[in-house]
Design a protein around this ligand. Structure first.
Ligand code: SF4
Length: 104
């Protein structure tokens, strides 16, 4: 007598464990991704230093000012120093903007 092939039971323990494992892998990836995003946001916030730490002053120094600094983002914002800065200010983190090619 020939045995009839049994239909694959999708609820076997092996299948069930595999599904659970995949689910847990996805949960762990999601948690890890969220943690990485939170860490990136925290590091970005910590990247800025206080005006005092940067020795910020509201006047230029030897012709150098925030307006000519690569870190100046406009509208009184700086990517390196916390708070509002003046376009005419200056601090020890000053980094000259790169000259545009072709300009003399
Ligand atoms: S000089 Fe200092 S405060 Fe001004 S834009 Fe540059 S880094 Fe920011």
């Amino acid at each position: 007598m020939r045995k009839k092939a049994m239909p694959e039971n999708k609820d076997t323990p092996e299948k069930s464990n595999l599904t659970r494992r995949k689910f847990m892998d996805r949960v762990m990836l999601t948690v890890a991704g969220g943690a990485a995003l939170m860490l990136a946001g925290t590091q970005q916030a910590e990247a800025k230093v206080s005006k005092t730490a940067a020795k910020y002053r509201s006047s230029p120094k030897m012709g150098k000012s925030c307006g000519g600094c690569a870190k100046y983002m406009g509208n009184g914002k700086c990517s390196a120093v916390k708070g509002t800065v003046s376009k005419n200010g200056y601090c020890n983190l000053y980094a000259a903007k790169k000259a545009k090619r072709g300009s003399y």
